[in-house]
Design a protein around this ligand. Sequence first.
Ligand SMILES: NC(=O)c1ccc[n+]([C@@H]2O[C@H](COP(=O)([O-])OP(=O)(O)OC[C@H]3O[C@@H](n4cnc5c(N)ncnc54)[C@H](OP(=O)(O)O)[C@@H]3O)[C@@H](O)[C@H]2O)c1
Length: 331
Amino acid sequence: MMTTQNPPEHYPITHKIVPTFYFVGVTTGQSSINKVFPRWAQALGRPDVVLEGVDCKLNDDPENYRRAVAQIKYDPLSLGGLVTAHKINLLNAARDMFDYLDPCAQICGEVSSISKRDGALRGHAKDPITSGLSLDAIIDKGYFGRSGGDILCYGAGGSAVAIALHLINKQSAGDRPKRFVVVNRSQGRLDHLKQMVDSQQTDIAFEYIHNQDPVRNDAIMASMPAGTIVINATGMGKDTPGSPITDDGVFPEHGIAWELNYRGELDFWHQSMAQAESRHLLVEDGWLYFLHGWTQVVAEVLNITLTPETFAKLGELAADLRPPLVFRGAK
Ligand SMILES: NC(=O)c1ccc[n+]([C@@H]2O[C@H](COP(=O)([O-])OP(=O)(O)OC[C@H]3O[C@@H](n4cnc5c(N)ncnc54)[C@H](OP(=O)(O)O)[C@@H]3O)[C@@H](O)[C@H]2O)c1
């Protein structure tokens, strides 16, 4: 099905005079991509393309998501964009406006990439690829078989769904955790994740916990085996203040703490850094995830083949723009 060129009257479209790539997020002005993007556009031979942020509130009015999608769909120079934090809500609000959804978008019920080809509006869920590339860079092959660790994921939003699907799809048993424990504030997101998991065949035991009490989150973390990867996929410490755990929470020994963000207060990252030595933790942030996430979507929107060499080059171009991450010390 092809996109019609006539927008519905209730979505006023701005006719851009330069090719525009949108970034739909929460606090887009603060992202490193604003400085990184012009370098990448130049390096990819598209210096004419500009980046424009669209800030939406978390769980915004569905009409705001539809308006953002309509702008891309109906304005010829609006090339596409990247969606963060609103991946599930945007697709829920605007599913009928897409002409094509890739299999991951259909399975995960989310879109992180909006692009156009031959007049058709396309949505992709790149996160299973990008979170997977990031996680695979953190752990060695056979990590779960060797360490006996599980996954504890705070937050059951788009990223959690993507990480879960990435692990479900691992061919070798040693690359799959035995358990994937996920904790979320709203029951709806847990149901959404469960729906995705139930549509797949997997031997990973998923446990869904409806909770937002940090003290209970500490207790859940304390019950996880050594080697467990604890993920902060709540957005707390960037999109909202705080951390899903308290300062008293004890990380699994020889585990991995993965904060999905690379900017903001990053309380969870600081909490895990405080235990890096005593609990023999590997502590990671979201910079690599940022690079994979953006390069995959930029390549899709600009119709560029992303080779490992191109990725490496774009990573180098961004490196000095990474915000400094300095551990503020144990409390
Ligand atoms: N480095 C990168 O490039 C990169 C890439 C992807 C994602 N991220 C970051 O990772 C974070 C998660 O992304 P996402 O796309 O998965 O966002 P999302 O879809 O908004 O999911 C966040 C989830 O966390 C839950 N939550 C919030 N506070 C909680 C709490 N105290 N306890 C338990 N659950 C809580 C929310 O629950 P409700 O259902 O109640 O709202 C929501 O389901 C965002 O901050 C995003 O910026 C970074």
